[in-house]
Design a protein around this ligand. Sequence first.
Ligand SMILES: Nc1nc(=O)c2c([nH]1)NC[C@@H]1CN(c3ccc(C(=O)N[C@@H](CCC(=O)O)C(=O)O)cc3)CN21
Ligand SMILES: CC(C)C(=O)C(=O)O
Ligand SMILES: [Mg+2]
Length: 273
Amino acid sequence: MSVHQSSNIKRITTHVLQEMKTRGEKISMLTAYDFSMAGILDGAGLDIILVGDSASNVMAGHETTLPITLDQMIYHASSVVRAVKRALVVVDIPFGSYQGNSSEALRSAIRIMKESGAHAVKVEGGAEIKESVVRILSAGVPVMGHLGLTPQSIYKFGTYTVRAKEEDEAAKLIADAKVLEECGCFAITLEKIPAKLAKKVAETVSIPVIGIGAGPYVDGQVLVVHDLLGITQEFKPRFLRQYADLRGVMTEAVEGYIKDVKSSDFPNDKESY
Ligand SMILES: Nc1nc(=O)c2c([nH]1)NC[C@@H]1CN(c3ccc(C(=O)N[C@@H](CCC(=O)O)C(=O)O)cc3)CN21
Ligand SMILES: CC(C)C(=O)C(=O)O
Ligand SMILES: [Mg+2]
């Protein structure tokens, strides 16, 4: 049954998420990039929909998240927003639209909010992007941080290996989390870091911490929905739990269609005018 069958839907806000952390209720988050998928996730009762820049990989077929543009992110985000009745919609600001220039960061965030109708933005980085985060927040736009494995700086690191395994990197990550909290971020995503370190971050900051490959001791979890549904090919990091084999289901359906077209079984009389 859809949660929307009840007449009054309580929307998820950043305040609701803070209450969930206080209560110890875990927060569920997944990506979506289009209207149809977002409607399914929202109807199922998901708390947060992330319009991730992983759309660059999943939707457009790029190797990295770097090529996707602000206009393309706004297109995805506006499609998602039209389907959502309850979830909080968070949009990644793409590479090159906020780093190192707080005026551009603010302009990008405002374009996303104005043109898509989303509720918040997400940015990768800590102290080095503080000015941009502060500027966006001062305009009244809620900001989610993102630390650990930050795919927009993949060429700085060179690999997708687990981050902050060394003491000094772990200390920097905790310091960055504190900076983001002090700036006024409403939540932080932690990607691919040791579970023990993620636990420490979730205990240190009072805002919700959402993990992907960051273990169970955080306030919520996020995955790319196409990975969870088994649509993505050849992406099986150990943090992923695959809940369905939609690639198999979809392939079988399309093969059935092809067979029926070839054999002239489709369309039949009932399917014709
Ligand atoms: N489909 C998809 N799912 C994601 O989770 C995702 C994207 N795309 N694109 C943007 C970023 C990139 N992310 C990644 C990318 C690679 C690994 C990873 O663990 N890769 C290898 C290990 C690499 C290594 O250890 O050197 C793996 O095991 O698959 C994790 C997260 C997460 N995001
Ligand atoms: C993996 C999540 C956290 C993300 O940033 C994305 O999907 O772009
Ligand atoms: Mg992202």
